[in-house]
Design a protein around this ligand. Structure first.
Ligand code: UD1
Ligand code: CA
Length: 460
């Protein structure tokens, strides 16, 4: 090994279909609070460790996710999924150049990075041929049981275990650090002569131990090692993850009106003195600045809220930003790269798509603004709509500073309203309006006197 080669490689096993999930989605692409399980495994890798994922079932989806979220991860194809031992064998050309290799099952989203780090450090300092995480389960069905006898340690899969071994509550957690040479010496000798006709990675542990190599199992808290094999496991793990995230936010000074009904994802950042009301969901790379209020039932996904932003109930913000002191709702939908500048407001039943609302401007009721740029201190009246789509392309609308857009104006894009201009209520605006002008784009009202009495006479 030359000095350039990193000491530790991290290999994530992610090729299985996850039969027990009964889903067309590959198991590790199932999300826990918006992040695929595969993402949790990769995020648990120690700093500086090169990472690779063994992929097989539905591998294109995994490739697409990795190329956007973990572009440095290598992909190793396991064409046929013949077991965890087989997955590690297929990856041998990748890991044999390292001194040690961390192998992680891809379905352990609750595993903490710090726990993985301490396992890695323990292997390095003890020089053990293999160390792994174990935990205790009162009803350990489906896991590999840890059988300790004298100096040797072995793992027996539930399906292959004797009735006595099945009662052993200490089970294999699915996270291992191997000395790469020790692993290489046993990986080709694995057999598939077992209940599942698979090559088991735990059998590599058993072979190392039987050959006199030092093997140790480190027991950790059971909830860190819950593996996800079914939709019920996924729901359970999601609830536990939610509790963990909310506890750490509360410790930092975030207030929850109802900590049993709010959901915050692992990539969201929430500052102290934010108040989160019941049923709010904050996912993706969202950020909520100090002193903001996220109202009842709001849903944020990749949303950025500055300081002191107020969201009334039922506001949905996707891929958009509300700057300091901006506000929205109730019932607003802000999406597609929209930005509300400081003190701007999007009110009741308002949809903004790819629209910038300038400082202090208001779109208060029942409006759709798409592909629009609104200047400062403008007022967009109730029912105003940008007609931004001609059936082929999306077209822009510009509303200048201090414009007063009358209620129910149709802005037929591309169109531009100059600064300080006004549109008459009910206008269809098809041509640009100069600065300071009043645009009237509607039929003049005509009153027909005596209509009601003439109508009654006709009908008599
Ligand atoms: C595995 C362990 C078991 C342990 C448990 C912990 C084996 C044989 N058993 O069981 O001792 O208690 O994890 O959660 O390892 N995979 C591949 N290629 C394959 C098969 C699986 O990449 O050919 C991947 C899966 O996508 C998954 C991981 O390996 O992410 C573990 O496979 P899984 O079938 O979930 O193993 P368990 O039955 O849970
Ligand atoms: Ca599993």
């Amino acid at each position: 090994m030359d000095n350039e080669t990193p000491v530790l490689g991290t290999l994530v096993l992610a090729a299985g279909k996850g039969k027990r999930m009964n889903s067309s989605l590959p198991k590790v692409m199932h999300t826990v609070l918006g992040r695929p399980m595969l993402g949790y495994a990769l995020a648990a890798a120690p700093d500086g460790s090169p990472v690779a994922a063994v992929v097989g079932h539905g591998w294109e989806r995994l490739r697409d996710y990795l190329s956007s979220s973990f572009p440095s991860a290598a992909l190793i194809r396991q064409e046929e999924q013949r077991g965890t031992g087989h997955a590690v064998k297929v990856a041998r050309p990748w890991w044999e150049k390292f001194k040690s290799v961390l192998v992680l099952n891809g379905d352990l989203p609750l595993l903490r990075r710090a726990t993985v780090q301490s396992l890695v450090e323990f292997q390095a300092s003890s020089g053990a041929a293999c160390v792994l995480l174990s935990f205790t389960m009162p009803s350990p069905r489906g896991y590999g049981h840890v059988v300790r006898s004298g100096e040797t340690l072995s793992i027996v899969e539930d399906k292959d275990a004797t009735p006595a071994q099945r009662k052993i509550q200490e089970v294999n957690g699915g996270c291992y650090v191997f000395d790469a040479r020790a692993l290489a010496s046993v990986i080709d000798g694995l057999s598939d002569d077992n209940a599942q006709n698979e090559y088991y990675l735990p059998d590599a542990v058993n072979a190392i131990s039987a050959g006199g190599g030092a093997v140790a199992a480190i027991e950790v808290d059971s909830c860190e090692c819950l593996g996800v094999n079914t939709q019920a496991d996924l729901a359970k793990v999601t609830r536990l993850m939610r509790g963990r995230i909310l506890s750490s936010l509360m410790e930092m000074g975030v207030r929850f009106m109802d900590a049993d009904s709010a959901w915050v994802g692992p990539d969201a950042e929430v500052e102290p003195d934010v108040e989160i009301m019941s049923g709010a969901v904050i996912l993706g790379k969202s950020f909520v600045g100090r002193g903001s209020v996220v109202g009842v039932g709001c849903v944020l996904n990749n949303a950025r809220l500055g300081a002191g932003v107020r969201l009334a109930p039922y506001v949905v913000v996707e891929d958009s930003e509300l700057k300091d002191g901006a506000s929205a709702g109730p019932f607003a939908y802000v999406r597609g790269g929209s930005v509300l500048s400081e003190e701007a407001f999007a009110g009741k039943f308002v949809e903004l798509k790819n629209t910038a609302v300038g400082r202090g401007s208001k779109v208060a009721h029942l409006s759709y603004m798409g592909d629009a740029v609104i200047g400062e201190l403008a007022n967009v009246g109730a029912g105003t709509i940008t007609c931004n789509y001609d059936g082929v392309s999306k077209l822009p609308t510009k509303i200048g500073d201090r414009c007063f857009v009358g209620s129910d104006t149709m802005l037929v894009a591309p169109v531009s309203l100059g600064a300080d201009s006004t549109t008459a209520a009910g206008s269809a605006i098809t041509a640009d309006v100069p600065d300071g002008a009043l645009a009237v784009g509607r039929a003049r009202q005509r009153n027909i006197e005596g209509w009601a009495s003439r109508k009654t006479a006709r009908e008599a």
